[in-house]
Design a protein around this ligand. Structure first.
Ligand code: COS
Length: 390
């Protein structure tokens, strides 16, 4: 068992931190207020190699591990959680799915552009009537000769406005119900009938752009299918299995930022003649924040490590997300409380972390969905025999 980062991993974290302090920290608050997604800064992350960390080298990726990606997103989220959302969707939900399920043609056509940041990727599963119950999706893809014609509406699509390529899930068997008869497609920007529609104005993560997507007689060639026809739900679930580890890491980054701010404020702010860090009421909050985040971090790194070993990680990823997002939300809440009235103002970054963190308990599966995934794994007879289920 080894709990240390390798020298290369430490160098990666330092590099991301240095990049963020130069390119992101001076602007993060202003981008948040303006709901601005800084595409130019995102592309610079491509120049640094961050957008392709775990993608195969033969397609322009870095050939690194999933743990490396987790370390990068955690550090990025400490500085700008909205950019970390764009990063997670682009690399984990989108490009990594192409690497895992794409044909050689799809990989050579798309991965180099995605790894370099020339193209931006999106993931379109959720619809207005279904989020947690993903298998209830209604978007249709009807076969017409050598093509499919898609109709439907997708919601909560990160990166949609600036996006170049959409990984989208639709029902190819009109008779099917639930998880069967769903197929995944890769649809390029500019395809007639692919319409980026209403913008969603959000509580937090305001540096990531979120739009509805409407498909109106959108015709794509049969070669746009990724994975086998009818296997789309499995593609989506496998993608979310690892995506959730990334969201756990993102939550840890936000939670760490909240803890950092709490520490700084508590050491500087004086009340009743001494720094408030001297009061046990504050010390206990700091201790709880640090401990819960550390627990989330261990679960997150372990889930990422399992993925790197090619071992099952569905339950472990769900556990990581459940714990890390809860710890981070509580850390943001307590950090704001430590700041007192200042925490409620825009003068300190904690109000942004407080708004940003909430969605980590909602997207890529709510905490309640994570509990469904975990409890099913623990309760199933086969899984319950494994030591990891204890
Ligand atoms: N990996 C591979 N296959 C999986 C899987 C996984 N992690 N999870 C489920 N499947 C397969 C099942 O094996 C089953 O296949 P068979 O019919 O061949 O046996 C099929 O998918 C249906 O599985 P299940 O019956 O468990 O599906 P449910 O409709 O009950 O859904 C949950 C289960 C709730 C876990 C799923 O809908 C989910 O994750 N929802 C949240 C979606 C989400 O995170 N959305 C956010 C989008 S991005 S913001």
């Amino acid at each position: 068992m080894d709990f240390e980062l390798t020298p290369d991993q430490q160098e990666l974290v330092d590099m991301v931190r240095d990049f963020c302090s130069r390119e992101i920290d001076p602007h993060a608050s202003q981008w948040d207020q303006a709901e601005h997604f800084p595409l130019d800064v995102f592309r610079k992350m491509g120049e640094l190699g961050l957008l392709g960390i775990p993608l195969p080298e033969q397609y322009g990726g870095g050939g690194g591990s999933f743990v490396d990606y987790i370390l990068a997103i955690e550090e990025l989220a400490r500085h700008d959680a909205g950019l970390a959302t764009a990063y997670s969707v682009h690399l984990s939900a989108h490009a990594s799915t192409i690497a895992a399920w794409g044909t050689p043609e799809q990989k050579s056509r798309y991965l180099p552009k995605l790894a370099s940041g020339q193209w931006l990727g999106c993931f379109a599963l959720t619809e207005p009537h279904c989020g947690s119950d993903a298998a209830a999706l209604r978007t249709r893809a009807d076969r017409d000769g050598e093509a499919y014609v898609l109709n439907g509406t997708k919601q909560w699509i990160t990166n949609a406005k600036s996006g170049d390529l959409f990984l989208l899930f639709a029902r190819t068997d009109p008779e099917s119900k639930g998880a069967r008869g769903i197929t995944a497609f890769l649809i390029e920007k500019g395809t007639p009938g692919l319409i980026v529609d209403r913008k969603t104005h959000k509580l937090g993560m305001r540096t990531s752009e979120t739009y509805d997507l409407v498909l109106k007689d959108c015709r794509v060639p049969a070669s746009a299918v990724i994975g086998a026809v009818g296997e789309g739900f499995k593609v989506a679930m496998r993608t979310l299995d690892s995506g959730r580890i990334g969201i756990a890491a993102q939550a840890l980054g936000i939670g760490q930022a909240a803890l950092d701010e709490a520490r700084k404020f508590a050491l500087e702010r004086e009340a009743f003649g001494q720094p408030i860090a001297r009061f046990q009421a504050i010390q206990w909050k700091i201790a709880d924040m640090a401990t819960q985040l550390a627990a989330g971090r261990i679960l997150t790194y372990r889930a990422a490590w399992l993925k790197d070993q090619g071992l099952p990680h569905t339950k472990e990823g769900a556990m990581a997300k459940l714990q890390a997002s809860r710890a981070a939300r509580e850390a943001a809440q307590e950090s704001l409380q430590i700041h007192g009235g200042y925490g409620f103002s825009q003068e300190f970054p904690i109000e942004r972390h407080y708004r940003d963190v909430k969605v980590t308990e909602i997207y890529e599966g709510t905490s309640e969905v994570q509990k469904i995934v975990i409890s099913r794994a623990v309760l199933s007879a086969r899984r319950a025999l494994e030591p990891a289920a204890r």
